[in-house]
Design a binder for this molecule. Structure first.
Ligand SMILES: [Zn+2]
Length: 102
C-alpha cells in the first residue's frame, strides 16, 4: 500500500471538479461529467484516508524516550584519557589505564 497523504486525494479531486467545471463552460460534453464524479470520489477517498490517519494518531505510536546524553567531559572533577577515556585523578600526568600522556 503506497503512502499517499489524504490531502493529495482531496486536492486532486477538487482540481478535477474545477477542471470539469471550466471545460463544461466552453463546450457541453457529457463525458466530462465522468471526471466530475471521479473528482468527488477522490475527495471521499482523501477524507477517508485522513480520518483513518487521525484515528491511528489517536491510538498513538509510543514516542521514543529521549536518550540521556552521555558525555564523559560533563562529569564533575577529574580528567579523562584522550586515548582510552578512562577517568584520571585531577593531577595525573599519565593514564593509569593505558599509560598515554595526559
Ligand atoms: Zn588511557
Amino acid at each position: 500500500m503506497t503512502k499517499i497523504h489524504g490531502m493529495v486525494y482531496i486536492v486532486v479531486g477538487v482540481l478535477l471538479i474545477a477542471g470539469v467545471q471550466y471545460f463544461t463552460q466552453t463546450r457541453s460534453d457529457d463525458s466530462l461529467k465522468l471526471f466530475s464524479y471521479l473528482g468527488g470520489l477522490m475527495i471521499l477517498v482523501g477524507v477517508g484516508k485522513m480520518g483513518i490517519n487521525a484515528l491511528r494518531n489517536r491510538s498513538g505510536t509510543p514516542k521514543a524516550a529521549p536518550r540521556p546524553v552521555y558525555s564523559p567531559r560533563a562529569a564533575p572533577g577529574g580528567r579523562f584519557c584522550p586515548q582510552c577515556g578512562a577517568v584520571q585523578p585531577p593531577h595525573a600526568r599519565f593514564c593509569s589505564n593505558c599509560g598515554a600522556q595526559l
